[in-house]
Ligand binder design. Structure first.
Ligand SMILES: NC(=O)c1ccc[n+]([C@@H]2O[C@H](COP(=O)([O-])OP(=O)(O)OC[C@H]3O[C@@H](n4cnc5c(N)ncnc54)[C@H](OP(=O)(O)O)[C@@H]3O)[C@@H](O)[C@H]2O)c1
Length: 243
């Protein structure tokens, strides 16, 4: 028999919850009855997500830049005060960069590593003490097919997602004995604002929908059977061409 847990009242923190994949995950987890802390820089976008859940008063809207340590301090402070703990962390916020290798500026490299790698790393470190007190502790990092493959003009983005995969694998092993599940979902092209930046050469045709990623996130959070799933890769029906 499948070990499915009731998520009613469980608490999740989702970064980048004001758009795209993060918003879809927020809406799906809210549908399961979870209370959510919605993080991103744009307060309006987060408020819109909270409104779309139909239970805005149960959602914590936390406008923050997760590359800033002080904002992380504030997130943790408010989270502990209001939620008194945490069951699920979804590291989804990220940025893409479509730029030839030699033209990639140091500042762009630093910015992409700060958001795509360092921020999730630090959020995992900061939330682990809370997750340890949960009966269904789960971390989901949103990776990318670029965590495995190299694509033209994606050197900095691919480096960041490879790094994210590396620390996800290590952390998963390090905390598995404590019952903390750490997963990565690695999609190909998903139909969001970001894809226009990351892959301007692709049309929307055959794209993965954000709701498909959200469905998998809900599955990972609610299923705690014997099988430990480390990573799920999602490829577009129209497979990305290697260039
Ligand atoms: N779309 C794709 O094809 C695709 C494929 C594979 C993986 N992914 C990954 O999926 C994740 C979500 O991307 P998406 O496609 O849904 O794009 P998106 O709509 O652009 O979402 C990115 C989110 O990150 C937030 N964000 C950016 N900088 C931030 C910061 N400094 N602090 C806090 N939040 C910040 C943005 O909100 P604010 O601007 O309001 O802060 C936004 O909500 C990313 O990690 C991306 O790498 C996307």
């Amino acid at each position: 028999m499948l070990n499915t847990i009731d998520l009613t009242g469980k608490r999740a923190l989702i970064t980048g919850a004001g758009s795209g994949i993060g918003r879809a995950i927020a809406l799906r987890l809210a549908e399961c009855g979870m209370k959510l802390a919605l993080v991103g820089r744009g307060a309006d976008k987060l408020m819109r997500t909270a409104g779309l859940t139909g239970r805005p008063l149960e959602m914590l809207v936390l406008p923050a830049d997760i590359t800033k340590p002080r904002d992380l301090d504030d997130i943790m402070h408010i989270l502990e005060g209001h939620f008194k703990g945490l069951d699920v962390l979804v590291n989804n916020a990220g940025m893409a960069l479509n730029c030839p290798f030699e033209q990639t500026r140091e500042a762009d490299f630093d910015a992409i590593m700060a958001l795509n790698v360092k921020a999730p790393f630090q959020l995992c470190q900061r939330t682990l003490p809370l997750l340890r007190r949960s009966d269904c502790p789960t971390i989901i990092n949103i990776g990318s097919v670029t965590a495995h493959e190299g694509y033209v003009n994606q050197a900095a983005y691919a480096a960041s997602k490879h790094a994210l995969l590396g620390f996800t694998k290590s952390l998963a092993r390090e905390v598995s004995g404590e019952g903390i599940r750490v997963h990565m979902i690695s999609p190909g092209g998903v139909y969001t604002d970001m894809i226009a930046v990351a892959r301007p050469d692709l049309t929307g045709e055959g794209m993965i929908q954000p709701e498909e990623v959200a469905e998998l996130a809900a599955y990972l959070v609610s299923h705690r059977g014997g099988a430990v799933i480390d990573e799920i890769r999602l490829h577009r029906k129209a497979k990305e061409p290697f260039r």
